[in-house]
Write a protein that binds this ligand. Structure first.
Ligand code: GLY
Length: 476
């Protein structure tokens, strides 16, 4: 047992996975409710569990003074946006997680896009930002090409709308409907001057590359893919992620070694650009939520200033020495880290209460019953997410409650997950997707088409050069 003390911030399944990975240390944690999985690690390792506002710098500082940890680990983005990482540094404690200035790469999509253009980072998309929503709707109509409209700030992957067939918007009614949806998207960032960002639309298989840096060295993790849509076969509203896959080895079956290297280079260039822009070294996870597109090959859709969730649940248990890697990063010795990887893939299935994601008040309060012993015997790992231990009961908090993980070839792991699901029940219906890990061939085919197109562009020297079919395309 390593006698180091670590203070972990956060309350989701990603933080449960982090707590397990850190369990060679004494784990102290701050969550906004009692997460049963984190509680178990804290008790096993002789730490202490605090419940409170994880976004309050003052509250976290008080706990840092009480615990005097050797290092800290911050899981979610909100504490980073609120300067909780700064609180650690102000108390002289190293931490995994960027300071607020650097976390702008995730907080503001406009800041991110401007940075990518200023420093000519490959994989960038054309964009426009608007504070006036009527002007935003007009721009879309005038432009005439396909676009993605998003809230200008990070709001947990929600509110994204794609306008692909502009012909469908030529009637007055449809134009009004479009203005209404732009208004709706604008509401996600009610306090901000810039409300929406419009980006040129791209298509292709998505994947996430997480890179850990201590400001000098960079360590890129195995790829993962997040399944964003709520319901089976990728339909329904976007969520934080209903499941994920990772592997085999460092890759995914539809991303090759060269594309992995290019993706890594994009993320590294971005970390260096952030330092030039803010004057502060980026320290923590910088994660590219990427897409293989015909425009660029590897392309940035968004950045996270942390590990993705549920991507983290697919990756962390595959890295046998993840806790040590985090410690090395915090100490500024990341150059010494080498990943000890389980080569076989993993599949993660998120489980949410009925009502998620559209009706959170219906979803909150649902009781779950779990036979943890049987789940282990069947070879699955269970991480607790948005579910609290209240007395002896497991009560859903309104978001994704559990993440179930299995190793093996994608089919084999998916079958294991089916078996383990038998030991999770609730008095109401539960929401999950059993197709996760079962759509690999489709993704491989999609990637082959896109790869042919971007390689062709590259051959002709037009990688990243947009060609608008619209006569009004000069608007960007
Ligand atoms: N998987 C999406 C997110 O972490 O935001």
């Amino acid at each position: 047992m390593n006698e180091k003390k670590v203070l972990l911030i956060g309350d989701g399944a990603r933080e449960n996975a982090l707590a397990e990975a850190l369990s060679n240390n004494k784990v102290f944690a701050i969550s906004s409710f009692i997460n049963p999985g984190i509680k178990n690690v804290v008790e096993r390792t002789g730490g202490k569990y605090f419940v409170g506002n994880i976004n309050s710098k003052d509250f976290v500082k008080e706990i840092i003074k009480q615990v005097n940890p050797d290092f800290g680990v911050i899981g979610p983005e909100d504490p980073l946006f609120h300067g909780v990482s700064n609180a650690f540094y102000e108390e002289g404690i190293p931490v995994v997680g960027p300071i607020d200035k650097d976390a702008m790469i995730e907080k503001s999509k406009v800041w991110m896009r401007q940075l990518m253009w200023k420093y000519k980072i490959p994989g960038r998309l054309r964009f426009k930002s608007f504070s006036n929503l009527a002007e935003a709707a007009k721009f879309i109509i005038d432009y005439g090409g396909s676009v993605a409209i998003k809230p200008s700030e990070q709001v947990g992957g929600k509110g994204v709308k794609v306008v692909a067939d502009i012909q469908a918007y030529l009637s007055n009614e449809k134009r009004q409907a479009l203005s209404k949806s732009v208004d709706e998207i604008g509401k996600y960032v009610a306090d901000d001057e810039v409300k929406v960002i419009i980006e040129e639309r791209v298509d292709g298989p998505e994947y996430t590359l997480h890179v850990l840096t201590d400001g000098s060295s960079y360590l890129s993790l195995p790829l993962a893919q997040d399944y964003k849509h709520a319901y089976q076969d990728g339909i329904g509203p976007e969520t934080g992620g209903m499941g994920s896959i990772s592997g085999p080895k460092n890759l995914l079956p539809f991303i090759n070694e060269e594309e992995y290297e290019r993706s890594f280079n994009i993320v590294k260039m971005t970390a260096e650009a952030i330092e030039k822009e803010t004057g502060e070294k980026y320290k923590g996870f910088l994660s590219g939520q990427m897409m293989l597109t015909d425009l660029w090959g590897p392309t940035i859709i968004e950045y996270y200033s942390r590990l993705g969730d549920p991507e983290a649940s697919a990756i962390i248990p595959r890295i046998k020495n993840f806790g040590e890697i985090l410690e090395l990063m915090a100490e500024g010795k990341l150059s010494k880290a080498k990943i000890d990887l389980v080569e076989e893939p993993s599949v993660v299935r998120a489980i949410a209460p009925y009502g998620y994601p559209l009706n959170k008040s219906l979803a909150k309060g649902q009781k779950f019953h779990i036979d943890l012993q049987k789940i282990k015997e069947k070879g699955c790992i269970l991480y607790f997410g948005s579910i609290a231990l209240e007395g002896n009961e497991l009560i859903a908090q309104g978001s994704r409650a559990l993440e179930l993980v299995a190793f093996g070839d994608f089919d084999e792991a998916s079958k294991k997950l089916d078996e383990c699901m038998a030991y999770i029940s609730s008095d109401r219906k539960i929401i999950y997707r059993s197709d996760i890990g079962r759509t690999i061939n489709e993704m491989v085919e999609k990637a082959e088409i896109v790869r042919y197109a971007y390689k062709n562009r590259e051959k002709h020297g037009i990688l990243g050069v947009s060609a608008d079919w619209s006569p009004n395309g000069g608007l960007w």
